[in-house]
Design a protein around this ligand. Sequence first.
Ligand SMILES: CC(C)(COP(=O)(O)OP(=O)(O)OC[C@H]1O[C@@H](n2cnc3c(N)ncnc32)[C@H](O)[C@@H]1OP(=O)(O)O)[C@@H](O)C(=O)NCCC(=O)NCCS
Length: 162
Amino acid sequence: MEVRDAEKTEIDQVAKIWHEAWNDAHAQIVPAELTRLRTLELFRERLETAWPRVRVVGPPGEPLGFYMLKGDELDQLFVAAHARGSGVAAALIADAEIRLAEAGVKSAWLGCAIGNERAARFYEKCGWRRTGIIAYLAHTANGTFPLEVWRYEKVLEPQKGT
Ligand SMILES: CC(C)(COP(=O)(O)OP(=O)(O)OC[C@H]1O[C@@H](n2cnc3c(N)ncnc32)[C@H](O)[C@@H]1OP(=O)(O)O)[C@@H](O)C(=O)NCCC(=O)NCCS
């Protein structure tokens, strides 16, 4: 399953995946106010800024899921509902781990909403370890929204040349 750089023409599809998948996983477990503030437009704007960092799986024009990194953080990982359970997420996270290691990151981290059990199971299956609960600032249309999240970490395999 090939992981590739996203094409700029795919921004609307990626924003839709992010918005829908975020809602699938979070609408039942975070304050309703946060869900209201996490709009499709907000996700699209954030993608505009982050674009060179977005990696996807899927045929050209039909991305199935994406991830992006921020320093030593796996910042976002979202897969369309119809592509879950298919190995898309595993391909994305494996690629993310290689890129992090190639950038010299020895131990990576990510935040996962408390109660997002499917994501937690997935991360643990991929060798990530829950290390505690941390304060997190979720981006919203009105600035940031404070939230406590599970912190996951993984010690990465060094890549050649790092
Ligand atoms: C998190 C995500 C990327 C994982 O990808 P995926 O394709 O669903 O992952 P997989 O199907 O390989 O693994 C999920 C595991 O959770 C299990 N699972 C499914 N529903 C579950 C639930 N409600 N509680 C606990 N485990 C659950 C699955 O059975 C599977 O475990 P198994 O392989 O041992 O059977 C994807 O589900 C997703 O995009 N979710 C919505 C957005 C999201 O939560 N993103 C992460 C933000 S931190």
